[in-house]
Each structure stands twice: as structure tokens, then as C-alpha cells.
Design a protein around this ligand. Structure first.
Ligand SMILES: Cc1cc2nc3c(=O)[nH]c(=O)nc-3n(C[C@H](O)[C@H](O)[C@H](O)COP(=O)(O)OP(=O)(O)OC[C@H]3O[C@@H](n4cnc5c(N)ncnc54)[C@H](O)[C@@H]3O)c2cc1C
Length: 489
């Protein structure tokens, strides 16, 4: 039977609740070689946050800002940036918020799609509230996978909800660039948004309660981004919190539109700020409050705890799984998709009785991430602090990326740094961080080393091309050898 949208059917082998990229992968991996059937239940757009309101639009907005900055660093190039054209390109990248191509992919892969909002109603049972107001009960023979994701967290600040601030969904799909913007927060989303807003011409102020930005990253990398934000004209008010927000002429103008008149913020040091728009980027909260968790003996709200097969703990029976942001292991698309591949194979193996159950433990050891600020931060594995907190016996080594021929030809004013964290017990890399222009592509090699625990002795034989930024690997090995020799003297 060909797959379809809202088919007249009430049972599948696998139900995926939430159709983000991870959910699509889970359905695909569960069905492709097993003969199992699957349906994805999605209340909004198939593809989820990443495709329309997160990774894809943000990177479409950041890339022109990065390119023009690089062009300005090289003689002979006269580039200009047209903000409206950039917004138009962003719209193309997010398919004008139309999920037809993703629905087509699902159907061609033999996966049914039900459009509606689903809630667990019992073991292997979901009640779907359909757009026409009716409710339909569907059941799974084998498994239910929760991929309902997360939403922006709104801090408890007097007057904030009434001011109708922008969330990450608004700032990624903005229809116009506000003149003056205050960004609340200092994590990845806040720093990336400040980068593209400033690059597209806005006056940007970041208000962040911690004294430094990007606190989960190596301090040297966070400092590189902080310096560059400042240099580009972003005003940084760190170590300060907003205590009150006022917007007398707030208007519900719709997603991505400026929400009425001026916003006024009072900070905890008594100072005042005024802006044309306020972006709240103060973290995420999982979508678990209204998905029927009590019907299967779980508490509503909070992250879903999973084991290394991504099986939700506390339900019994090995039928309920969770992937992506909702399980809180790593709030990143590629990690959610990795969990989805594992889950799909676990479900297929359990249903068919064939093959071993794969585990998601090894991949989480690497957990790569790129922060697409200017400069970028790329990291995998542990920071030095995390390794020390875990009680590892470590060496660390750093190298100046600007000292490489490869980065010099990229841009003569290159600034950046690399750092490795090495477990001395087996001389393998347990963490790596790079900060610099164009370093995103260095992360995969680092992740390979961390996940597969390649000994440093083997890395000496992995020859980097000249002149590329990858030569940093050789320089890091040489520097580490020198450090160790100096220590022994
Ligand atoms: C601005 C921004 C930029 C980002 N950039 C990157 C990046 O560059 N790289 C990266 O790896 N990560 C990035 N992230 C993080 C990434 O977007 C998330 O980790 C990822 O989208 C999480 O995917 P998910 O599978 O958990 O579900 P989500 O993408 O959150 O999607 C969940 C889906 O479930 C649906 N749903 C929810 N409840 C129900 C229900 N009850 N019934 C039916 N459907 C339901 C929703 O409509 C939604 O489509 C970014 C995040 C933000 C905010």
C-alpha cells in the first residue's frame, strides 16, 4: 500500500510523535530494511524547528555576514551587503515555510504522515487532535518514538510577556531588520543572532546575567567571539539582568514582524535601555507538558530520561523511546538525528529479533558542535574543565591558528586558536576546540579522533594538506611533544 497523508488506517508498527528531522530519521531507520510500517504525527511543519526556524534560517543569515567580513579582509574585493536580498535568500532556504518536499520524501520512503497534535493515551496508543476538531486514536504494534522537541524558555521578568518579545523563531524569520535590538541571553542562539543582526545593520546590545558569554565553551574560544562582537560594534552588558520590561504600544503583528512601539528595559543596576525590538534567547524548555505523559505513568514537563538505546525510563515494556531535544542529552540537530538512527535500528532489531541492539553511548562521547558566530567555534568531547571535573589525568595543548600558512592565505588578518585535551592514561584526545574563521570543517576530524580514540602515535602519520588550516593538527602534536620534553628536563 502506498504511503499517504492522513490515511484511513489506525495501526502501524511504529508511531513517531513529532516530525522533526530526527523523527523522520527514526521512521526511516526503523522501516527501511525491516519491513515494518511507520507513521509520523506532526502538528506543524514536517522538518521541525531546524528546517524552518533554527539551524537553516540562522545559517542562511550568518553566511553572507561571514563572507562579507572575509571579503573586506582581502585586497581587491569590494563587496556590499543587501539586507533585503539576504532575507529573500533565507526565505528560499526555508522553502517559504512550505514542507511539501519533506512530506514527499516521507511518502516516497513509504512512511505515512498524520497531520495533527498527538498525546499519549496509554501503552502504544496516541490520540491525535486533527485540524478539523475531531480526535483519532492510533496504536503502534511495537514502538512509539517521542520527538516533540523544545521551545524557547521565557524568563520570569516583570512585563516581559506583555511586551511580546521576539523568540528565536521571530529573529530567524524576521521580515525586516530592526534599527535597535536588545538580545537577552549569552548562549549560542544569543551570540549567533547578535552576529547576524549586527551584520545586517542593526544596533545590537546583549544583556547577559553571567559575566561571560558562551559559558559552556572553552574560555579562550568564548573570548575570541566576545572580542569580535565588541569590535563589530555590539554593546555587551554582561553580569546584568533585566528586572522590568515595558512596551506600552505592544502589538501582535505576527511572527518576524516588529511588535509595536519602543521597548524599555530596566536592568538590575538601575540603568535603562530602549530598543525597537527585544530578542529573548535565554534557553529552551522541552515540549513535554501536554503530550499525555501521565497516561503512561510519567510526569508531565521536564526532559525525558532515556538509556543508551534511547528508551524512556520509568514506563517499562521497552516500547517508548525519545530522541532530540526532548531527551535533553544534546540540544543539536545532528545529535538528535544520531539518536534517531540508533532508535530506528533498536526498534527494528527488537521487532524482528535480528541483530544486536546498538547503543548511543559512543557517539555521545564526541558530541560535536559548531557555533556559527564570527569567528566560529567548533568543539567535540570535553573541555579542559569538564575533563578535570570528570577526574581525568590530562594534558592540554594549544596552538595559534594565525601562525599557519593555510589561514594566512584565507585572510591575512586571521585570528584564532586551537586546543586539545588529552587523556594521559591512553594518550588519546578526549576534547578539542577550535576558534577561528572557517574552522567548522575541522570538527569532523577531531570528532573521529575522540569517538574512535585514535592514539596520538597514529595521528603523526595522518598528513594534513598544505596550505590548509588542518596543519594545526601537526603543529598541536609538535607543541605537545615539546611541552612534554620540556617537562621532563
Ligand atoms: C536559532 C537556533 C539555531 C540553531 N542552530 C543549530 C545548528 O546550526 N545546528 C544544530 O545542530 N542545532 C541547531 N539548533 C538546535 C536545533 O534546532 C534543535 O536541536 C533541533 O531542532 C531539535 O530537534 P528535535 O528533533 O528535538 O525537534 P524540533 O525541531 O523541536 O521539532 C519538534 C517537532 O515536533 C512537533 N510537535 C511537538 N509536539 C507535538 C505533538 N504533541 N504532536 C505532533 N507534533 C508535535 C513540532 O511541531 C515540531 O515540528 C538551533 C536552535 C536554534 C533555536
Amino acid at each position: 500500500m502506498a504511503a499517504s497523508v492522513n490515511p484511513d488506517r489506525s495501526q502501524w508498527d511504529v508511531i513517531v510523535l513529532g516530525g522533526a528531522a530526527a523523527g523522520e530519521n527514526a521512521a526511516q531507520y526503523a522501516t527501511q530494511y525491516s519491513g515494518l510500517s511507520a507513521v509520523i504525527v506532526e502538528s506543524n511543519l514536517l522538518g521541525g524547528e531546524c528546517s524552518y526556524w533554527a539551524c537553516m534560517p540562522s545559517k542562511a543569515l550568518l553566511r553572507p555576514v561571514e563572507v562579507i567580513d572575509a571579503a573586506r579582509s582581502l585586497p581587491g574585493l569590494a563587496a556590499t551587503l543587501d539586507p533585503q536580498a539576504v532575507l529573500g535568500h533565507r526565505d528560499t532556504v526555508i522553502h517559504h515555510l512550505d514542507d511539501t518536499s519533506q512530506v514527499d520524501w516521507a511518502l516516497q520512503s513509504g512512511i505515512d504522515v498524520v497531520r495533527g497534535y498527538g498525546r499519549l493515551a496509554g501503552e502504544r496508543t496516541i490520540d491525535v487532535a486533527l485540524p478539523d476538531g475531531t480526535t483519532r486514536r492510533i496504536t503502534a504494534r511495537h514502538a512509539v518514538v517521542i520527538d516533540t522537541g523544545s521551545r524557547p524558555f521565557l524568563p520570569d521578568i516583570d512585563g516581559l510577556p506583555a511586551a511580546l518579545p521576539w523568540s528565536s523563531q521571530d529573529v530567524t524569520t524576521m521580515r525586516e531588520v530592526p534599527g535597535r535590538v536588545v538580545v537577552l541571553g549569552g548562549g549560542v542562539v544569543a551570540c549567533e543572532a547578535a552576529t547576524w543582526l549586527r551584520g545586517l545593520g542593526a544596533e545590537v546590545t546583549i544583556v547577559h546575567r553571567s559575566t561571560r558569554l558562551l559559558t559552556r565553551h572553552e574560555p579562550f574560544a568564548a573570548a575570541e567571539v566576545t572580542d569580535e562582537l565588541r569590535r563589530s560594534g555590539v554593546r555587551l552588558l554582561t553580569g546584568r539582568s533585566a528586572t522590568r520590561v515595558q512596551r506600552p504600544q505592544a502589538q501582535a503583528t505576527g511572527r518576524g514582524h516588529i511588535r509595536g512601539g519602543e521597548v524599555h528595559l530596566t536592568l538590575d543596576d538601575g540603568s535603562e535601555l530602549a530598543a525597537d525590538e527585544l530578542v529573548v534567547a535565554t534557553g529552551r524548555t522541552p515540549n513535554t507538558t501536554d503530550i499525555g505523559l501521565p497516561a503512561v505513568g510519567l510526569t508531565a514537563g521536564g526532559y525525558l530520561h532515556v538509556d543508551d538505546h534511547q528508551c524512556v525510563q520509568g514506563t517499562g515494556g521497552g516500547w517508548l523511546y525519545a530522541i532530540g531535544d526532548v531527551c535533553g542529552r544534546a540540544l543539536l540537530t545532528h545529535m538528535g538525528k544520531y539518536q534517531a538512527r540508533i532508535v530506528g535500528e533498536v526498534i527494528a532489531a527488537r521487532a524482528t529479533g535480528a541483530g544486536e541492539l546498538p547503543s548511543a553511548a559512543q557517539g555521545h562521547r564526541g558530541m560535536p558542535q559548531v557555533v556559527f558566530t564570527n569567528p566560529q567555534i567548533g568543539s567535540t568531547g570535553l573541555t579542559e574543565q569538564q575533563a578535570r571535573d570528570a577526574g581525568l589525568d590530562i594534558d592540554t595543548v594549544e596552538y595559534d591558528l594565525a601562525a599557519l600558512a593555510g589561514t594566512y592565505v584565507m585572510r591575512p588578518d586571521y585570528r584564532g586558536r586551537a586546543k586539545l585535551v588529552i587523556d594521559r592514561t591512553d594518550d588519546t584526545i578526549v576534547g578539542a576546540t577550535f576558534a577561528g574563521a572557517g574552522i567548522a570543517e575541522l570538527v569532523y576530524a577531531a570528532t573521529t579522533a575522540v569517538v574512535t580514540r585514535i592514539p596520538l602515535s597514529a595521528l603523526w602519520h595522518v598528513v594534513p594538506c598544505y596550505p590548509t588550516a588542518s596543519e594545526v593538527w601537526l603543529r598541536l602534536l609538535e607543541t605537545l611533544r615539546q611541552q612534554r620534553t620540556d617537562r621532563e628536563r
